[in-house]
Design a protein around this ligand. Sequence first.
Ligand SMILES: [Zn+2]
Length: 431
Amino acid sequence: MDKTIRLYQQDPYLKSCDSKVVAVITDEAEIAELGGIEEKDTFCLVLDQTVFFPEGGGQPSDLGQISGESGTFELVYAFEKDNIVYHQLKIHSGSDFATTRETLKEITGTAVQCRLDWDRRFSHMQRHCGEHILSAVFYELYGGVNRGFHMGADYMTIDINLEENPEFTKMTDEMMSRAEWEANRMVWDNLPVTTRYFKSREEAEGLPMRKALNIDEDIVLVCVGDENKAAGCVACCGTHPHRTGEVGLIKIYRWDNYKGMTRITFDAGPNALENCRTEADLIKSLCRHYSADLDTLMDKIHLREQKSGEIRQELYELKQAYLAEKAQKISEALDGPDSILIEKYELLKADDLFALSKLLPELSQKLVSLVSLKENTLLLLSGGTPDCNKIIKDNAGVWGGKGGGRPNSARVMFPTAEDMDYFLEFIKKAY
Ligand SMILES: [Zn+2]
């Protein structure tokens, strides 16, 4: 098969084209082997020429439709192997693939129309170009070399290694902020983005370039701004707008140390604007929530935190005083003749019962039950005899109680207040 003619290389703004079907591949195993994605009921077309960019160089595949005599098919993935672009298409929903497969084979040699999902493609062009601009800025300002690139659906990342300028060995927030500003300045300057094609490495080498070439033929050199400056020139197979102004906006989201390099998470074009809007909406809600404006928001948040800290401290002190008072009351009651003492609390939780138990004196032969009405939980305490754990293990299950512990302290929780009452009645009688 001849190489597929890639119309997007001459004109990245082309949104549709007429093509001829060169080959049809309907065998799923063959599609997988060529590099297609795993998706049911798909087939592949090879065309003489295409507007669709196949995934590569960190840029995702274009999407769109291909129409012909057999109907219109959705493009789910375009990929490349050995200079051939494969268009993986979905057969019509509801149609039987076995019969469709036979008819599909007949479309070899027929004419089809390709139509690109332009919004998606243009966003890729903006984002890709944004990545070139930001990488150029890091190179120019700090001698930072882009050693890794990823374009995801929600953000892009580049890994910058500070290696060309000994003056810069560590990234700082100020450096990051300046780079973002300079990258956007390149957008405002609306610089030309030029693409040059070279058949061989020899032809391309010798031109200023940010990174050494790692391919030998069909080299595409993309330059942002001055073609004679290495910072903006790099080999790239992606699609780019003609001027930097079309990128619109470049925004750094965050940066992290990564394997001795700096991983920068960012985006460009509509994605960057969306991110700005999301953040702005969030800040607006926060301002409403705190009855603040941008200048006073952080102060008001700190003030609220300080106040809640004070309240927590106050609550702690009150609780300690309350527990001490309750402990005193229990101590007095323990001097009485009763062998069992049951104390019920509306306000205390299970954890508070433990804190209260720590304040009690030695219990010797007495059995004490501290009850949290809030959590249907009780704490059984003794001097070790009777065995609290054994009482719970042997009896609480009858009323759905779950728990246990040690001979001198065990805890049990009941499904309802009623169940807990039955258990309390039982131990009152038994001990
Ligand atoms: Zn590129």
